[in-house]
Design a protein around this ligand. Structure first.
Ligand code: COA
Length: 269
């Protein structure tokens, strides 16, 4: 297991009270074909500071993740993330906000555009930017302790790390409006009923189930998996004609690969 990103050096002390208290770090670990990415800023409920976002971006570029066939993001057994670090929200202006999106704020899109499938393992609070991070992964496995919500508007801002766009595409405008404006905090079962999470498991089992799901995804033929994920994204963004064309072109591209590669044991990985 290795720490990753700029927060790592400063922050090895999150758990032990060392040199960089409260800054946190992101750990990456290879578990066979699956990479496990763990947010480690528990004293601040895994609040996503710029340093944490940079550490997460570093984790995505680590050999453990780039060499994986799928990856899991978790915040550990207590909390996924209480969202963007509110202590970094004072003294911002339009220029610094656009600079932020070009820097660490780009990590949510980086998660979503990884070539391999991803799963969030969610326990405890999954709020604001934490939920936006979970929405950037392909699947969300929550345990019964999970609590979801988008409190941004109540503190005078709005979800702006791709969350609104993803919610509207996933759930439609009406449900996105509900979540952003009207629902407050949502327990895991309600989140499941709404379609926000993939499945709910008993307390303490989110990570094990997420790793199991990621393990299954890791066994799929990687090129077909990557193209199917791209076709699904394209279908949400384009006209019917274009979406069908993408499907057909992707299938045609797969026909160039030997059958053994398409079945997952060849050289496409
Ligand atoms: N940003 C920065 N720090 C945060 C944080 C955030 N989003 N969420 C929690 N923390 C910090 C708290 O300041 C506190 O730090 P401290 O012990 O140094 O004072 C620590 O994490 C524990 O939080 P605390 O509020 O004491 O825990 P709680 O169990 O009483 O409440 C929450 C949990 C999640 C309800 C509450 O922390 C909260 O509302 N957080 C903000 C959520 C939010 O607005 N997120 C979206 C931001 S866009």
């Amino acid at each position: 297991m290795s720490p990753s990103g700029e927060a790592a050096d400063a922050a090895a002390g999150d758990e032990v009270g060392g040199g960089g208290p409260d800054k946190g770090r992101v750990e990456v670990e290879a578990r066979g074909k699956v990479a496990l990415v763990t947010l480690q800023r528990h004293r601040k409920l895994n609040a996503l500071s710029g340093a944490m976002e940079e550490a997460l971006a570093g984790a995505l570029e680590s050999p453990e993740v780039t060499g994986s066939r799928s990856f899991v993001i978790t915040g550990g057994p207590q909390v996924f993330s209480a969202g963007a670090d509110v202590s970094e929200m004072s003294d911002v202006d339009p220029e610094s906000i656009f600079a932020y999106y070009r820097a660490s704020g780009g990590v949510y899109e980086a998660v979503a555009s990884m070539p391999q499938p991803s799963v969030s393992a969610i326990s405890g609070y999954c709020l604001g930017g934490g939920l936006e991070l979970a929405l950037a992964t392909d699947f969300r496995v929550a345990d019964e302790t999970a609590v979801f919500g988008l409190p941004e508007v109540s503190i005078g801002i709005l979800p702006s790390s791709g969350g609104i766009h993803r919610l509207v595409r996933m759930l439609g405008t009406a449900r996105a409006r509900e979540l952003v404006l009207a629902r407050g905090r949502l327990p895991a079962r309600e989140a499941l009923a709404l379609g926000l999470v993939t499945e709910v498991v008993p307390a303490g089992e989110a990570l094990a189930r997420a790793l199991e799901l990621a393990g299954e995804l890791a066994e799929l033929p990687p090129l077909a998996t990557a193209l199917a994920r791209r076709a699904i994204e394209a279908a949400g963004e384009s006209s019917r004609d274009v979406a069908l064309l993408v499907e057909q072109l992707a299938y045609a591209a797969l026909s160039y690969t030997p059958v053994i590669d398409r079945r997952g044991s060849g050289r496409n990985g």
